[in-house]
Design a binder for this molecule. Structure first.
Ligand code: FAD
Length: 394
């Protein structure tokens, strides 16, 4: 087999890049370790920045998103009984975010790929990248007991944090930056109406809470939990009770409970690898960086990486501008680090750190009070939440 761009991983990064390249007439093949159903079964992000919304439109996959996505002009923050609405639209001069689940983004991209006839190989095992530093890279993988070889010009490593792409790069080339937080998020999905029309991010001395949503009838709630917690110890009843305990009374009174569709615990981590490029291999999305979800940035960062790589590859094939390939890592990393900073800041501001002493806790509280009364800081939070602009490629 031969293609121009071999894409490893059919998560949102791989599918979106594949779709954009396909629209530009650049042949690509996606190789995914899991089945399509498995990929769709993962419940993850739900807040899209304007940049990602625009990219979905450019990729021709926005029809359902534009009808079903919910425009949110603000978010609510809660700390120590104090409640503040961040008016995203007013503070940014007109920007907002769109609530549309990662599962739906993935479903739309999968449908578009199937309709386009472009090749996606699901359930490929033992995927290996070869000669990515040389002139003729190729990928090998196994499927149904056979070994296959895919020759290509470039490889896009869109295979998430645990993928093979980053591991292919020699260790001495890479620098890793990491912060592991001393807690995780217990998430619950339920077919119940959201408690609020906007997202609520709440600090409580028992731990952080996020009231999120996927639609007017489907809610997603998260509780900060210790890393030692096990999901099987959290009955639906216990989850709802704890959620209500941590929310302001009037909000708690509005919570509509119901059976969970899914519950899972995710650890919180900040991680960046530099550089995001090695020869003809380009790391995209979670393969190169992870953010704690407090800033709603993971999926959106994947989209901005995709945008940068797509625009560069487009110029390479259209105008022979191979010099632009060297810009990818630097352009992507500048935006990645700003999103890392925002996600880290929001995590530190809103979570309960049991190891913090009384002084540090007063500082955390004072940070919150100051931020909410400073128009300059509110503007900063708003412009980061709706998403910083994408950088041009030259
Ligand atoms: C549990 C969880 C909850 C999250 N919640 C939020 C949230 O609330 N808000 C938010 O903004 N972000 C959230 N995120 C982050 C967000 O979902 C990710 O940033 C996003 O999925 C990144 O997309 P990706 O395509 O880069 O990686 P992924 O979605 O991880 O996709 C990578 C794909 O590569 C495949 N793959 C892996 N290894 C191989 C291999 N060796 N060969 C071939 N294929 C391979 C995987 O099966 C997968 O399909 C969450 C992430 C997790 C894990």
């Amino acid at each position: 087999m031969k293609t121009k761009v071999a894409i490893i991983g059919a998560g949102p990064s791989g599918l979106l890049l594949g779709q954009l390249l396909h629209m530009a007439g650049i042949d690509n093949v996606i190789i995914e370790r899991q089945s399509g159903e498995y990929v769709l079964g993962r419940i993850r992000a739900g807040v899209l920045e304007q940049g990602m919304v625009d990219l979905m439109r450019e990729a021709g996959v926005s029809e359902r998103m534009d009808v079903e996505g919910l425009v949110h002009d603000g978010i609510e923050l809660v700390f120590g009984g104090r409640r503040d609405r961040i008016d995203l639209k007013a503070l940014t001069g007109g920007s907002s975010v769109l609530v549309y689940g990662q599962t739906e983004v993935t479903r739309d991209l999968m449908a578009a790929r199937e309709a386009s006839g472009a090749t996606t190989i699901y359930e490929a095992s033992n995927v290996q990248l070869h000669d990515v530093k040389g002139e003729a890279p190729y990928v090998t993988f196994e499927k149904n007991g056979e070994t296959y070889r895919l020759d290509c010009d470039y490889v896009a490593g869109c295979d998430g944090f645990h993928g093979v792409s980053r591991k292919t790069i020699p260790a001495e080339v890479l620098t890793h930056y990491e912060r592991v937080y001393p807690f995780g998020w217990l998430g619950m999905l339920s077919d119940t109406p959201p408690v609020n029309h906007e997202l609520i991010y709440a600090h409580h001395e028992r731990g952080f809470v996020l009231c999120s949503q996927r639609s007017m009838t489907r809610s997603r709630y998260y509780l900060q939990v210790a890393l030692s917690e096990k999901v099987e110890d959290w009955s639906d009843e216990r989850f709802w009770q704890e959620l209500k305990t941590r929310l302001p009374q009037d909000v708690a009174a509005r919570v509509v409970t119901g059976p969970s569709l899914e519950k899972s615990i995710a650890p919180l981590r900040s991680y960046v690898v530099e550089p995001m490029q090695y020869g003809k291999l380009f790391l995209v999305g979670d393969a190169a960086h992870i953010v704690p979800p407090t800033g709603a940035k993971g999926l959106n960062l994947a989209a901005s990486d995709v945008s940068t790589l797509y625009r560069i590859l487009n110029r390479v094939y259209r105008d022979g501008r191979t010099d632009l390939l060297e810009n990818y890592s630097q352009i992507a990393l500048r935006r990645v680090w700003k999103a890392e900073r925002f996600s880290w800041l929001m995590t530190n501001l809103l979570h309960e750190y049991s190891e913090r002493d009384a002084f540090d806790k007063r500082m955390q509280r004072t940070d919150y009070d100051y931020y909410m009364t400073s128009n300059a800081v509110l503007k900063t939070i708003a412009e980061n939440y709706v998403g910083l602009p994408y950088e041009p490629i030259e």
